[in-house]
Design a protein around this ligand. Structure first.
Ligand SMILES: Cc1cc2nc3c(=O)[nH]c(=O)nc-3n(C[C@H](O)[C@H](O)[C@H](O)COP(=O)(O)OP(=O)(O)OC[C@H]3O[C@@H](n4cnc5c(N)ncnc54)[C@H](O)[C@@H]3O)c2cc1C
Ligand SMILES: *[C@@H]1O[C@H](CO)[C@@H](O)[C@H](O)[C@H]1NC(C)=O
Ligand SMILES: *[C@@H]1O[C@H](CO)[C@@H](O)[C@H](O)[C@H]1NC(C)=O
Ligand SMILES: *[C@@H]1O[C@H](CO)[C@@H](O)[C@H](O)[C@H]1NC(C)=O
Ligand SMILES: *[C@@H]1O[C@H](CO)[C@@H](O)[C@H](O)[C@H]1NC(C)=O
Length: 580
């Protein structure tokens, strides 16, 4: 393999990392031996002034032996999503199957139960393979970087090297990695700007043009940074429930829900402007006054599809006092907790509550009620009090301060492979007690088959969107009350069959709940959806799909940006060869 790499790359110098070891990829040939690929990469590297970099898997340093400092750093950070998202080239992915090739088993994973054991990547265990980690990457700093990549994109694609956009690597569906790819790594675009009188570019000046209190975020900004920024500027930003998810990338472009989205809207509802490099190489501003079609597509059409967003501007709201209610049961009690939660879901949503619950914990926040009102409204939840039950009613001076408290107690799994499935529950399934009981029973049954279910009260029920500024998420977000995610995981060394079983379990659990909901139109949140979602076009985008497809064809006619179950994807593309 080393020989092959050298002969293909010829004049491209190999980093020392690659020549030090004999544990190079063995099972998959990531390159065809096309000389045109070498030529394109060389030319791209020249255009970039030598800034084309070679990627390698996260745990690669441990293949040299566990004693190296580089390996120790990886082992220490292995389960930390912030560490993973910061590693050069974005070698780390939060859900580790996307670092591997699931069809061949090739990869470079440590045992997440004990990352301090380096033996899984030792030579006698087969060492490290590239898996789905990008072969090359560009540390994107300017529009010109993205333009250079897209200029060579068609040639690279023809030689078997697809382009992916990689931000934090949180994607549950593997849309930010691909075997043998070139990654546009957006992590270092960290600019944050506060503008109390933001006017979208090209919108009329004077009194007829609206201004907003807004924040412009570079593509690499992550929620922990954005929330700190909000705190500094005494404002509220609506974001996700994980420190390290990106604020301006995939989260936003696919919808973006969180604790405050019931009261203040989805991420897309609050998007005011995007600066984008399209696959045709144009640098465009998309907002309500120019490139409206692209603006619409980026407000829910999904990341990695229409172009590389360099920065996103979103609405900032005034700082709000947050009432937070917490109930923690001593052991899982799905029927009891979700029974209460489902019976109150519509009322709570209309009062402005947002939150989430697992089978043993529920956390809700409200930016509208005072402490007395909030306590009264949450009485049904607090009635669950009893032996070993923890109940708390807390007040925070800002959402950022609530989040700090929340994130210090609740950290999502990272460095673990997992399968996820999502569905939206319409209010019609919850207002009628009979159908509600069916949904709760199905959830309880589903939690027997799948280790973790999260019920998110994050559909924008209280919030009403501006009808003149349409978003492209499924319209079902607007008449849904709950968003449910179902999770299953497997071991670092599981077989293909065991992985498939986990994917099938989450699908089956989802179908149990869907059956309980009855024959309403199916909908799911595309960023947390089932990798094998049936009829995904309608389920993710509803009636917006045909329009989105037209926009995809207009801005990316050569399919330089394709991703799994994305608008206009081409299933037969070689970039998907590692999906089971
Ligand atoms: C632990 C965890 C917690 C989560 N919590 C929430 C939550 O509370 N709410 C919620 O809504 N979702 C949540 N998600 C899902 C999250 O929205 C998705 O994982 C999303 O894809 C992450 O986007 P990213 O840019 O951070 O990640 P990446 O994996 O880097 O990118 C995701 C997708 O967006 C594309 N993309 C990224 N940046 C750009 C860009 N600048 N321009 C164009 N395309 C881009 C990529 O190509 C890829 O297709 C969570 C996920 C995890 C793993
Ligand atoms: C790109 O060019 C620079 C400078 O010539 C070189 O150091 C670097 O190794 C090249 N990149 C790759 C991936 O070979
Ligand atoms: C970052 O923001 C400042 C304004 O706050 C702007 O002058 C600068 O050009 C921005 N940099 C990038 C790389 O976008
Ligand atoms: C912060 O914002 C709140 C809400 O708008 C306002 O009441 C308060 O005076 C602000 N505080 C500071 C220090 O500006
Ligand atoms: C997988 O790894 C675990 C340690 O986490 C080990 O106990 C088990 O034997 C391994 N399974 C196989 C098939 O190698």
């Amino acid at each position: 393999m080393l020989h092959r790499l050298q002969s293909i790359l010829m004049s491209l110098s190999l980093p020392s990392l690659w020549s030090q070891t004999s544990t190079l990829p063995t099972s998959v040939s990531l390159f065809n031996s096309s000389p045109s690929l070498h030529g394109s990469l060389d030319a791209l590297n020249k255009t970039l002034g030598g800034r084309l970099l070679q990627g390698h898997p996260l745990a690669f340093p441990c293949a040299h032996g566990p004693e190296t400092d580089e390996c120790k750093v990886v082992q220490k950070g292995y389960l930390d999503s912030l560490f993973r998202s910061t590693t050069p080239g974005g070698a780390g992915y939060v859900n580790t199957q996307w670092e591997t090739c699931q069809t061949t088993g090739e990869g470079c994973l440590l045992d997440y139960l004990n990352p301090f054991d380096a033996s899984p990547v030792s030579k006698d265990k087969g060492g490290c393979g590239m898996g789905s980690v990008s072969e090359y990457y560009i540390d994107v700093r300017t529009q010109q970087d993205a333009q250079a990549a897209f200029r060579f994109g068609k040639e690279l694609k023809a030689s078997g090297m697809p382009i992916v956009i990689k931000n934090t690597g949180h994607d549950y569906k593997g849309r930010s990695s691909a075997p043998g790819s070139l990654a546009l790594w957006t992590h270092n675009l960290k600019n944050l700007t506060f503008n109390p009188t933001f006017r979208a570019e090209g919108c009329p000046p004077g009194n007829s043009g609206k201004t907003y209190t807004a924040v412009t975020m570079g593509a690499g900004v992550q929620w922990i940074e954005a929330y700190d920024f909000a705190e500094t500027h005494n404002i509220t930003l609506v974001g996700g429930s994980d420190n390290a998810v990106g604020s301006a990338g995939g989260w936003l472009q696919g919808g973006g829900h969180g604790f405050l989205s019931n009261a203040l809207g989805l991420g897309v509802d609050r998007a005011l402007q995007f600066k984008v490099v399209t696959p045709k190489g144009e640098y465009l501003t998309a907002n309500a006054c120019q490139n409206r079609d692209l603006f619409f597509a980026l407000r829910g059409g999904g990341g990695g599809t229409f172009g590389l967003v360099l920065e996103s501007t979103v609405l900032a709201s005034p700082r709000v006092t947050i009432q937070a209610a917490l109930v923690k049961l001593p052991s899982p009690s799905p029927s009891r907790l979700w029974g209460t939660m489902a019976s109150q879901a519509v009322t709570w949503a209309n009062e402005g509550w947002g939150g989430l619950s697992a089978s043993d914990i529920a956390i809700y926040v409200n930016p509208r009620l005072d402490k007395e009102q909030a306590t009264k409204s949450m009485e049904p939840l607090f009635q669950l009090a009893g032996d070993g039950v923890i109940t708390q009613m807390l007040e925070f001076p800002s959402y950022a301060q609530f989040f700090k408290w929340f994130a210090s107690n609740n950290v999502a799994a990272s460095g673990v492979p997992l399968a996820l499935s999502s569905l939206l529950v319409p209010s019609s399934a919850l207002v009628n007690p009979e159908s509600r009981e069916k949904v709760v029973a199905a959830l309880a049954k589903a939690s027997d088959n799948t280790p973790r279910i999260l019920v998110h009260s994050s559909a924008p029920v209280f919030f009403r969107p501006d009808p003149n500024e349409p978003t492209s998420v499924t319209e079902r977000w607007r008449d849904s009350i709950l968003h449910i995610t179902i999770v299953s995981a497997w071991n670092w060394n599981s077989t293909k069959e065991e992985k498939l079983d986990a994917y099938q379990r989450v699908s089956l659990s989802r179908k149990l709940v869907e059956d309980a909901i009855g024959p309403s139109v199916r909908a799911a949140y595309l960023n947390e959806a089932d990798v094998y979602q049936e009829n995904h076009e309608e389920v993710f985008w509803g009636s917006n799909y045909p329009g989105l497809l037209k926009i995809k064809k207009k801005y990316d006619p050569e399919h330089l940006l394709d991703c799994w179950h994305c608008v206009g994807w081409t299933e037969e593309s070689q970039r998907f060869k590692c999906y089971l």
